[in-house]
Design a protein around this ligand. Structure first.
Ligand code: GLY
Ligand code: MN
Ligand code: MN
Length: 464
């Protein structure tokens, strides 16, 4: 907002800390700096894959001008922003990940054959400009070095231009605005290439270390009145210590909190005798993320009731793995898990109908009270990847080699659920693995993380 339109309060706020720059400073600040050589590194590994992806987009929209924005910084409060995270379609088509510049746009201009593609962003400012020393949002004096056009062009193998030379036009198709383009760039990520698969395996592997650290710190977690926060912090520390980030807010849900599917408040105690559900995933510099859940008996040993619930969820997961193979519809994986869930809770006498009646697509669903979420979602740059894909490509789509998705059944008996016996109330279990479909069937990318009840108990016994 220009100051001429600002309210008096806003004007006061915007000037109350500003120190005028005296002439001596202005004379000094622009000079006396060494030349900054363009550090033109060899192109990053992604650059070998992104050209083919851009060719697919180009071929699908002949003659149209296409715009793929990285997105802008988002305000957290007042003059503080959230850490920047580029739009996944932008990351996928440019290879620019955690170091992407806010406000960048990838533009496909129609050419005689196909498109010419240019990556526009705000190049670092010359040090004679006020931006360099005076702009806290983008000035290099404030936020550190920013890349030149030449460096990014060499790194990503894409021609670059200054953002000021990008002029939006009527008729542009913009990702996030045009439904057809938005859907296309989402669906084209359903099948991963070898680079993406390797990144996802790496993300899972480093996530496994975070779970090991949580187990190793269980005694400290129990001792703290907000043990869930300690769990979140331990995972975060592992991610950051390895130089990484997280793909979503960690769910550290002990006792009855495990029944709240997206419990990220993480302000509760972790009490021996309860279960603790931890759902966390490391995001790499490339922005590919893992999405793993394990449910741990805090004391190190499952009670008989907890073990019964846990092993039922594991059977549901195993059934989902068994159903998953190339050519099968995505929803069949969910159906396989839900059949185990329905038969188990019916067998425990929790349903007012038989398992078969509960599994009736029209009139059933009673068992879903205890697992309201889906068993699987695609995984990649986004934790819920390819979210704009059409239903016939996603839930009703056919599993294909190269797809990566989760298998994550659960059972959640809320603390005040009068339909379950007291011994089950407050028990929540989810087991979530990340799965690569191959021509020969599913590969569990997270198989190295203990999974059965016995394995989990042994893990805690040796790890804590
Ligand atoms: N972490 C969110 C999910 O499992 O889908
Ligand atoms: Mn998930
Ligand atoms: Mn998850």
């Amino acid at each position: 907002m220009g100051e001429q339109n600002a309210t008096p309060a806003e004007t006061a706020q915007s000037t109350n800390r500003r120190q005028p720059f005296p002439q001596g400073f202005l004379d000094s600040i622009s000079t006396g700096w060494a030349e900054r050589p363009d550090i033109v590194a060899a192109a990053r590994e992604q650059a070998r894959y992104t050209g083919r992806r851009r060719d697919l987009v180009s071929a699908a929209f002949p003659g149209r001008r296409l715009v793929v924005p990285a997105g802008e910084l988002k305000v957290r409060s007042n003059d503080t922003d959230f850490p920047f995270r580029a739009h996944s379609a932008f990351a996928h088509l440019t290879g620019w990940g955690a170091d992407a510049e806010p406000g960048a746009v990838l533009v496909f201009d129609p050419a005689e054959s196909g498109h010419t593609v240019t990556l526009f962003f705000r190049e670092r400012a010359d040090r004679a400009t006020a931006e360099f020393y005076g702009d806290a949002a983008i000035g290099e004096f404030w936020i550190g070095p920013r890349p030149s056009l030449a460096a990014v062009a060499a790194d990503l193998r894409i021609p670059t231009g200054h953002i000021d030379s990008f002029v939006p036009a009527d008729g542009d198709l913009v990702v996030g605005e045009d439904p057809g383009l938005t859907r296309f760039v989402s669906e084209m990520r359903l099948v991963k290439d070898e680079y993406e698969i390797a990144q996802l395996q790496l993300a899972v592997d480093v996530t496994a270390s975070g779970f090991d650290d949580i187990v190793a710190n269980l005694d400290r977690v129990i001792a703290h009145p907000r043990g869930e926060r300690v769990v979140e912090g331990v995972f975060h520390q592992r991610a950051r210590s390895d130089g990484n980030g997280e793909g979503y807010d960690t769910i550290a849900a002990a006792g009855p909190h495990a029944c709240y599917l997206h419990w990220t408040r993480n302000d509760g105690a972790v009490v021996a005798g309860d279960l603790m559900l931890v759902d966390a995933g490391v995001e790499l510099d490339s922005l590919y993320t893992a999405d793993i859940t394990r449910t741990l008996p805090v004391s190190g040993t499952f009670t008989p009731a907890q073990r019964r619930v846990y092993e039922t969820v594991r059977e549901a997961a195993d059934a989902a793995f068994a159903a998953a193979r190339p050519g099968v519809r995505f929803r069949e994986v969910h159906a396989a898990a839900m059949a185990v869930i329905a038969r188990s809770v019916a067998g425990w006498g929790l349903l007012p109908v038989s398992a078969e009646e509960a599994l009736d697509a029209e009139l059933g669903g009673q068992h879903r009270r205890y697992m309201v979420h889906g068993t699987s979602h695609h995984l990649g740059l986004d934790v819920h990847d390819c979210a704009q894909a059409r239903r016939e490509m996603y839930y009703d789509g056919v599993l294909t080699a190269g797809m990566v998705f989760t298998i994550e059944p659960g059972l959640y008996f809320q603390i005040d659920d009068l339909t379950v016996p007291a011994e089950l109330r407050g028990i929540g279990v989810r087991i979530e693995d990340d799965v690569l479909m191959t021509e020969h069937g599913p590969v569990n990318l997270s198989a190295a993380i203990p999974r059965t009840a016995d394995e989990v108990e042994a893990w805690i016994a040796r790890g804590r």
